[in-house]
Ligand binder design. Sequence first.
Ligand SMILES: [Zn+2]
Length: 577
Amino acid sequence: HPGCSAVSDTIMAHCGLDPPGSSDPPASASPPSSWDYRCIQLHPANFLNLLFVEIRSHCVVQAGLKRLGSNSPPTLVCWLAPEQTAGKKKPFVYTQGQAVLNRAFFPCFDTPAVKYKYSALIEVPDGFTAVMSASTWEKRGPNKFFFQMCQPIPSYLIALAIGDLVSAEVGPRSRVWAEPCLIDAAKEEYNGVIEEFLATGEKLFGPYVWGRYDLLFMPPSFPFGGMENPCLTFVTPCLLAGDRSLADVIIHEISHSWFGNLVTNANWGEFWLNEGFTMYAQRRISTVLFGAAYTCLEAATGRALLRQHMDITGEENPLNKLRVKIEPGVDPDDTYNETPYEKGFCFVSYLAHLVGDQDQFDNFLKAYVHEFKFQSILADDFLDFYLEYFPELKKKRVDIIPGFEFDRWLNTPGWPPYLPDLSPGDSLMKPAEELAQLWAAEELDVKAIEAVAISPWKTYQLVYFLDKILQKSPLPPGNVKTLGETYPSISNARNAELRLRWGQIVLKNDHQEDFWKVKEFLHNQGKQKYTLPLYHAMMGGSEVAQTLAKETFASTASQLHSNVVNYVQQIVAPKGS
Ligand SMILES: [Zn+2]
């Protein structure tokens, strides 16, 4: 490119992709199995705006990505300005491959059906560190980082982040990565915890094959909870609750080490093979570590989300099938919803229920992972294997039990025909429901309220209680104020799940005294799951709340991910209004 010679700082990347099926480590610089990338910083001010990729193989190919401003399509490589980071000093860049975005990052077979190993040499400007979803991380000179992924993975799991990053050890095979201002909190929250999750997963599902399990805490504008990039999960800094209370997200991402990353859906229409199994695996680990009552309570909140989703879209919506037909030209991300997660969880639970013995089903899952590791499969592969593994079930023709046919599970939209028993959660749900009832009374029964000690309640029990309060809101005048004063652990929580609920309650009850907490929360993070419901609540609230929404959006928009900006825009000032 003519601009190259004028460039002082460049990011250089060399990337070699093994052809599918090749077992040798990637050849180094020899074309045609490798490409050189040249990512050029034209001017410091444009660092976030312009990326040129020069690809050398037999011939030189040039590709350019340019972010044109807020009206441009969602950015495929996410460039963050300093104000979008926690430290607010240096820019940050990251990639998010899932589902089909990595084709804009490097040339690839961008389908989960194809797996390969890769290596990459990344050169960054002074003062930046690069990390990737790779087996090895190696510093080569002051500005170069070399990565090698020694196991075959699909293109969507190749991920890169560059920023002002430091790391700290938190276990024998784990470290946390974060901006310097977050690293102490990250270490504090996860020191010694991750290894227990990994070891429990290994006991249940077989060896952890990826070597390291590191965590990268993303800048606050990261719009997702977590992304299971192998060896290096990307997570929202919202997980830094200060009390180790949001570990379930990490357990979910760790579970992908077996389901999704090792055994992968061959196409995005069978996404439930990744997410339904991962929900099941997450809840198995959680049951072993935290008990059935707590896990059932968490599963009940998942079921409530599925109910909400089906109420909004209509049960008969074709998206509410486990096997979704994605027409050519449709972005798989546009089919994203709760069904593959929670209906998928119900189907796996149903298959466990048919077996009738948890140990036997756990052994089956281990065998399933072993059988299909490093492969990409369809639901039929899985179901055939299930019936072969349990010949007595095959003989009984469990695949065609009327009303529960496997075909119906996969190809009929609607509510799951079978729901796992969550009654062990009752012992935690009942007291939460009763307490919420007490707070909804015109005349507060202070004695009865004080008799309930909520200090031993863990996150999801408090979440369940607050969801009930929200359902009963607006409460009689004054009750929310007293509630906040009675439970400062809720009204002043640092835990993002609790802050979201408290904000929703404050807005639904127009408790203006605490509006500043909503504002503060929206200034501190930009996760979609928290941001959108609060804007909905503000715009559905009083005039003061609506003004708060507009002011907060005006002052935070520059920190948010461009997708989130577009969604909030629609809530605050819908087109055509
Ligand atoms: Zn997942």
